[in-house]
Design a protein around this ligand. Structure first.
Ligand SMILES: [Mn+2]
Length: 475
């Protein structure tokens, strides 16, 4: 069913044309994808339909000819297809780490992982540049590990920084930001322009200079106290003579004492009035240790500030650097909106970790886990699309992501449980319908990843039976 169109069951489509150098391997990849689609959070043994299939799966995940990059390639191509008709796309970049328990080969230290070891995935996610901000797909992943026992342990700070300065820019891990952005941009279909969006980790002169040199467009969150030149005034100082324009009021959610961290203290809910200042700035290269041949960076800066923060509360403040020309309030607002799309990549990481239970995978080597990531990266994008569009769009028709037959099936399943689906369902209606199959109660608000993943699994299992029954009818 649903041969055409981006039906939610067509995860296999994200692997069509996969080139692993062997027809049987290609067919195996597509078979595994269909099993993952039906139960993204299930373990591999649960996903396999037979003992032979399970053995085939583990042989596949141990095959040197299968790589993360090769598995991802057809999904990147499908993502490029989805970009057609978009003149502009946002590419959100961020790094996440995956932690695994027990003894595994080739893994390293991860943040807050305790005894667990893992690896990092620096990821680029394409997002529509319109107000819908639709996740279009993953366009690149670079993985890396930190050595399990650091050879720098016990060294003095100056010794460590000496070692650090001996490394060329290319050898430094932080160069992954510009490398991925450059690779991703090169591969884009003709006529599609990308704006690369990065958080404050990317506020690094050498990195921004590399992006500018490669003629890439970006919006990067900067440090509020970044200076224009060594011991010079800050960017915020440079903008302070510009008039502040109120552009938006936002609701700032409460944060309980329990949820507070050092950088995110507890707070009461409030309405914050935000103002904007913007202008062109030139940032000069710092001391001789800055690894860049670019003498100065010419960017626009957009400073978002809370007008009257309550006493004792840290005010909301963002400094954004961009290559886009910012002349008007509308231009400045657009930059803020590009940056705000960045959180979708955080949601994508949750879809991988919670929705697909990636860190529960029992593979014993880094290579095996990376191959599994190649299988789950497109599955997590599918789940993200359903949840994201379901939560944020009130009026988009469900037919945008489901086939007519899927909607008929969903309605039947819901009616059997004394539920219902409207005659012309929206994506939101379909999301609540699928969550209800997973046991979600409407009064509990928007469904979380677990209940949605469970409902999605039940729906896809029913669909498999339904499509089998139909093919028997026809033969
Ligand atoms: Mn980050």
């Amino acid at each position: 069913m649903g041969k055409s169109g981006p039906g939610m069951n067509r995860l296999e489509a994200e692997f069509a044309g996969v080139a692993l150098g062997d027809e049987r391997l290609n067919a195996r990849a597509i078979l595994i994808a269909s099993r993952i689609a039906a139960a993204p959070a299930a373990s591999f043994p649960e996903q396999a339909a037979s003992v032979a299939e399970r053995e085939g799966l583990y042989r596949f995940l141990a095959n040197d000819g299968v790589t993360l990059q090769k598995l991802l390639q057809p999904h990147v191509q499908q993502t490029h297809e989805r970009m057609r008709g978009h003149k502009l796309v946002r590419i959100a970049h961020d790094t996440t780490d995956f932690a695994f328990s027990g003894d595994r080969e080739g893994l390293g230290m991860v943040m807050g992982g305790g005894a667990d070891k893992g690896f990092f995935a620096h990821t680029a996610l394409a997002i529509g540049a319109d107000e819908l901000r639709e996740p279009l797909g993953v366009v690149g992943i670079r993985s890396h590990v930190f050595a399990a026992t650091s050879p720098r342990r016990g060294m003095s700070v100056s010794k460590r920084s000496q070692i650090c300065h001996k490394k060329t820019r290319d050898e430094k891990l932080s160069s992954r930001w510009e490398k991925l952005a450059i690779d991703v941009s090169r591969a884009l279909p003709a006529g599609v322009r990308a704006i690369h969006v990065m958080d404050q980790e990317a506020d690094d002169y050498a990195l921004l200079a590399a992006l500018q040199k490669a003629k890439l467009s970006f919006v990067v969150r900067g440090a509020v106290d970044r200076v224009l030149w060594h011991h010079g005034p800050s960017v915020a100082d440079a903008l302070s003579t510009k008039p502040a324009k109120i552009f938006r009021s936002i609701r700032v959610g409460a944060r309980s004492k329990k949820a507070e961290t050092q950088s995110h203290p507890a707070r009461a809910e409030r309405k914050a009035k935000l103002s904007l200042r913007w202008g062109a700035v030139t940032i000069r290269r710092g001391g001789p240790l800055v690894q860049s041949d670019v003498k100065e960076l010419r960017v626009f800066a957009v400073h978002v500030c809370e007008m009257t923060p309550p006493t004792g509360e840290p005010s909301i403040e963002w400094m954004l650097f961009t290559t886009e020309a910012v002349e008007t309030l509308a231009d400045a607002t657009a930059i803020v909106d590009h940056y705000r799309a960045r959180w979708i990549i955080e949601e994508y990481f949750k879809a991988l970790k919670t929705g697909c239970a990636f860190e529960k995978r029992q593979l014993t080597t880094r290579d095996g886990l990376e191959r599994a990531l190649g299988l789950f990266a497109p599955a997590a994008w599918k789940l993200l699309t359903l949840r994201y569009l379901g939560r944020l769009t009130k009026h988009r028709p469900a037919s945008r992501i489901f086939t007519d037959e899927q909607l008929v099936l969903l309605r039947m399943m819901l009616e059997k449980r004394a539920g219902s689906l409207p005659a012309s369902p929206t994506i939101r209606d379909a999301m609540f319908g699928i969550a209800a199959l997973g046991g979600h109660i409407l009064n509990n608000g928007d469904p979380g990843w677990i209940v949605l993943g469970r409902g999605y699994r039940r729906f896809l299992e029913a669909e498999e039976v339904w499509s089998l029954a139909r093919s028997c009818d026809q033969s």
